[in-house]
Design a protein around this ligand. Structure first.
Ligand code: F6P
Length: 549
């Protein structure tokens, strides 16, 4: 087992002694002293290149970080996860999203069952169904092919499929329009329903538990909308479910024949590879979905077998540990320089923050160190014109992950060159900064007056030394996207092991759910509730007034 505190491990202590020296280095100097820095600090795997050379580290730092990973048992925990051990100890579950992307001929026994056989049986069902919908053989109740697919789900039952469908937009069947409804705010569903023809719409009700309040209410409302226009007999052609809960699916009125199951060993935020990926398979076709799974599997193989010093998820994770636990950085910004990855930061927010946003160790002991940073971001170049100012000249160090594809999926001349130039320029600017001498020389060349130069120098100087990683792929395609998602899944896993938290539960979301249930009845009940604090009581009273209670 791990020592209960990260901070007492030998490698952590060695890093703590190394940190005061490392904090003083400027990356400009590190690059000028070592012409091979990129070669030394970059790695390629599964169609991705990770350049981590623009980080505040040297070979000793990396060696100590990897020693820390090793001391915390990363290899041992990784092997336990892949072997199907019940590493999600608070829910007594195995963690096997990796099994969802394993080839058909593999064998992985869990509780006496070869789960790979079950996985491929569901994949076969998905293939048969998606082929029919895409070819037009599956029709709506009036005989017309499906044109609109509405996924109703939230959290992991929404973010993954929505992000992937957006990312692979250029692969979507031309007849199909994908819609995603997650929010219980009726404005979400209302706006989507307004665009739909019930004759040609397929609803997917996606919920691991099939009890999530938001999803169930949205699904009920969609069902009522549909029944009012098409009648009960038409329902089986237009409603399918993805869930682990067959009984609840049946109770909802969906034939289990039209249900695509998955298993409790698939966490919600790791479920896009399972039947939760049904909208993806419908949108891009089963063959492309299989390529997506293949990309994830290629990254799994790399993570499983590459030595720590060439292991991409481990290196990505450990640079994050360096900033979070030694430099004290509080957030991580994700900057995809690809419009089709616009949902990727939101996807990673759930993946990273729901997994590692924990304050007790897996043994239930309060941590005395920081865990997951706040993850946020937006596409480049948009972010440059909004919040990058703070990243360049603010008072907080925010490490950035840049993500880009070398080739675009469009043929508009010029755009991609400008995009990539900006991406590379930003990471260079973060690293180099701009000295007072450089500012002075530049302004003198523009013949600006010396007094004005003295006034402006502090404002136009950039400290630089801001760390970033850059992840490049050839094109954003099913396989590279699969590898990218799996890269971050394993990064999160490694960080969870180092922090000794359970990355696979999410008890923290329960309290609000329970309180919301009570308040929901109080908002519409007869008696005015007084049991809350004065703030909550007053807010409920305002809402009751507005609702005419
Ligand atoms: O409340 C959090 C959560 O449980 C997530 O972990 C999950 O992805 C989401 O809700 C949706 O859950 P379900 O798929 O069971 O509806």
């Amino acid at each position: 087992m791990h020592p209960s505190s990260l901070t007492t491990t030998p490698a952590f202590q060695a890093l703590a002694s190394h940190y005061p020296e490392a904090r003083e280095w400027h990356m400009r100097t590190l690059f000028s002293q070592d012409v091979d820095r990129f070669d030394r600090f970059s790695v390629e795997a599964a169609g991705l290149l990770l350049d981590y050379s623009k980080n505040r580290l040297n070979a000793t730092t990396v060696q100590l970080l990897l020693q820390l990973a090793h001391e915390r048992g990363v290899e041992e925990r990784r092997d336990a996860m892949f072997a199907g051990e019940k590493i999600n100890v608070t829910e007594h579950r195995a963690v096997l999203h990796t099994a969802l992307r394993m080839p058909r001929n593999s064998i992985l026994m869990v509780d006496g069952q070869n789960v790979i056989q079950e996985v491929h049986a569901v994949l076969d069902h998905i293939q048969a169904f998606t082929d029919r919908v895409r070819s037009g053989a599956w029709t709506g109740h009036t005989g017309k092919p499906i044109t609109d697919i509405v996924n109703i789900g939230i959290g992991g039952s929404d973010l993954g499929p929505e992000m992937v469908c957006r990312a692979l937009r250029s692969f979507i069947h031309p007849r199909l329009t994908m819609h995603f409804v997650a929010n219980v705010d009726g404005h979400d569903l209302d706006a989507v329903l307004a665009k739909l023809n019930p004759e040609t719409t397929l609803f997917i009700v996606a919920s691991k538990t099939f009890t999530t309040r938001e999803t169930m209410l949205n699904a009920q409302s969609a069902r009522e909308w549909f029944l009012a226009r098409a009648g009960e007999a038409a329902l089986p052609k237009h409603f399918v479910a993805v869930s682990t809960n067959t009984k609840a699916v049946r109770d909802f009125g969906i034939d289990p024949e039209n249900m695509f199951p998955f298993w409790d060993w698939v966490g919600g935020r790791y479920s896009v590879w399972s039947a939760i990926g049904l909208p993806v398979a419908l949108a891009i076709g089963f063959d492309a979905f299989a390529e997506f799974l293949g990309g994830g599997h290629a990254m799994d193989q790399h993570f499983r077998t590459a030595p720590l010093e060439r292991n991409m998820p481990v290196l990505l994770a450990m640079t994050g540990i360096w900033y979070r636990n030694f430099f004290g950085s509080t957030s991580l910004s994700i900057a995809p320089y690809h419009q089709d990855l616009s949902q990727f930061p939101a996807y990673l927010q759930q993946l990273e923050m729901e997994s590692n946003g924990k304050c007790v160790t897996i043994d239930g002991v309060a941590v005395d160190y920081s865990t997951c940073p706040v993850v946020w971001g937006d596409v480049g170049t948009n972010g440059q014109h909004a919040y990058f100012q703070l990243l360049h000249q603010g008072t907080t160090m925010v490490p950035v992950d840049f993500i880009a594809a070398l080739k675009p999926a469009h043929d508009l001349p010029g755009h991609h060159t400008v995009l990539l130039a900006n991406c590379f320029a930003q990471s260079e600017a973060f690293m180099r900064g701009k000295t007072a001498d450089e500012v002075r020389a530049e302004m003198r060349a523009q013949q600006i007056d010396e007094a004005e130069i003295d006034v402006l120098i502090p404002h136009r100087t950039f400290p630089g030394n801001h760390p970033s990683n850059t992840i490049l792929m050839d094109t954003l395609a099913p396989a590279t996207l699969g590898a990218l998602i799996a890269l971050y899944e394993h990064k999160v896993f490694v960080q969870g092991v180092v922090w000794s938290v359970n990355s696979f539960d999410q008890w923290g979301v329960e309290l609000g759910k329970v309180l919301a249930k009570t308040i929901e009845t109080e908002l519409i009940g007869n008696a005015h509730p007084k049991a809350h604090d004065s703030s909550t009581n007053a807010l409920i009273a305002r809402a009751r007034e507005a609702l005419g209670r």
